[in-house]
Ligand binder design. Structure first.
Ligand code: OGA
Ligand code: MN
Length: 211
């Protein structure tokens, strides 16, 4: 086989990723149901719960790690940053899929994503995250925000914890359903996490960043 043919085979159009790109261009966000299967969600949730129960999570802060200021009136979640280099099996599964998406975005969109950062998040009952933009203070490198929900399959609307995305016209409420991935433009869309009324809301949140 010639090298040219190899190069062509290297790019296979991915309809799901194409939909994400189209939606990001049209409305600055995309919602993908079943980005992770329920089995994958369970594996990831088990990983989260094991670390949470081992007390490895910390109260989230406002601002980045240079400027930490804990304020429960703005945000009440607990987080644990993920370390891809020391990933367990669940996390390898997570990063494999995310890296495929990043590779695709870089090939087709010239986004120049060079870095990524992800953390687990747990919102206990009664917690929330007030309306904000993800590119606060001294980090304007965040291009795309990603949230993957790891809740049980029976998460009900009454449980609250919706992600609300604001654009000029309206507010869109998105339930944190297991396997659902929400991806949006970090520098453009303000959003919030509505108060969690029952149970614990579990997710992985992260950012794709330029230099
Ligand atoms: C965040 C955030 C949204 C969500 O962590 O910055 O906005 O739905 N999370 O968890
Ligand atoms: Mn946010």
């Amino acid at each position: 086989m010639t090298t040219e043919l190899f190069e062509q085979l290297d790019f296979i159009e991915n309809p799901l990723f194409e939909t994400i790109i189209t939606e990001l261009l049209q409305k600055q966000f995309s919602i993908v149901n079943d980005f992770f299967s329920l089995e994958e969600v369970e594996i990831l949730r088990n990983s989260l719960v094991a670390k949470y129960e081992a007390d490895r999570f910390k109260k989230s802060a406002i601002g980045n790690r240079i400027n930490e200021e804990i304020d429960k009136t703005i945000r009440g979640d607990f987080i644990l940053w993920m370390d891809e280099k020391n990933a367990n099996e669940a996390e390898l599964l997570f990063f494999k899929k995310i890296n495929e998406l990043v590779k695709y975005l870089n090939k087709t969109c010239f986004l120049g994503i060079l870095y990524k950062e992800f953390h687990y998040a747990v919102y206990p009952k009664g917690s929330f995250y007030k309306r904000h933009l993800d590119t606060f203070q001294n980090d304007d490198r965040r291009k795309l925000s990603l949230v993957c929900y790891l809740n049980e399959a029976d998460w009900l609307p009454e449980n609250g914890g919706e992600l609300t995305i604001y654009n000029e016209k309206d507010a869109l409420n998105i339930l944190p359903l297991p396997g659902r991935l929400v991806i949006f433009e970090s520098q453009i869309l303000e959003h919030e996490v509505k108060i969690v009324k029952a149970s614990e809301r579990m997710s992985i949140t992260g950012w794709l960043k330029t230099r």
